[in-house]
Design a protein around this ligand. Structure first.
Ligand code: HEM
Length: 163
């Protein structure tokens, strides 16, 4: 069996489950779950921007980076499970639309990359609050990569519907 055939069987199986049928038969479920997904994106993006703009030294230089990160990174780590759960609900409701879509697969790789870059930027600050002070150039580069990845995820998320 090829990967494509396996993916196809998985989609057919998910589609036949009671949960998928329930989601498909209640027209309010998908818009509600999408609303949760979008609200979580808003909270994550706002927090991600606060950290990265401070990391790049663009705003809030009167506030220590470790404090900005300590305040906003928990929001990112709490929103991710919410995005995962709401995303899984959207997949169960219409499995082939996401799982067979190349843009969805790229989006998942981007999510993993963005999580790694965010962890790379914020985790050293817990033990060493001045970690990035002596590495201003690298800090700006990391902030730029991080913002680009998160924005690319939004773009990919929207593109799934048109690909
Ligand atoms: C963590 C795992 C995630 C999963 C499994 C997931 C899954 C999904 C799925 C299945 C859709 C519906 C696409 C469609 O049918 O058109 C979607 C939409 C979307 N996702 Fe995610 N997602 C995840 C995380 C994220 C993250 C971290 C972001 C951005 C920060 C994001 C941004 C979006 C956007 C902008 C949309 C389009 C929303 C709309 O137009 O209603 N997702 N996601």
């Amino acid at each position: 069996m090829t990967i494509k055939q396996t993916l196809n069987s998985v989609c057919v199986w998910i589609d036949s489950t009671a949960l998928s049928q329930a989601i498909q038969n209640a027209p309010w479920v998908v818009p509600t779950v999408q609303t949760v997904h979008i609200l979580a994106i808003a909270a994550l993006m706002a927090s991600m921007l606060m950290i990265n703009l401070r990391l790049a030294g663009v705003v809030g230089r009167d506030q220590p980076l470790a404090r900005v990160s300590g305040r906003f990174s928990p929001v990112i780590w709490w929103m991710l499970p919410l995005l995962l759960i709401s995303g899984i609900f959207l997949i169960i409701g219409e499995p082939a639309r996401a799982l067979k879509n190349n843009i969805f697969q790229i989006k998942m790789l981007l999510v993993i990359s963005a999580i790694f870059v965010t962890w790379f930027a914020t985790s050293p600050l817990k033990k060493s609050p001045a970690h990035w002070d002596s590495r201003a150039g690298l800090a700006t580069l990391v902030a730029l990569i991080s913002v680009s990845l998160w924005v690319a995820i939004i773009f990919a998320g929207r593109w799934i519907a048109y690909f």
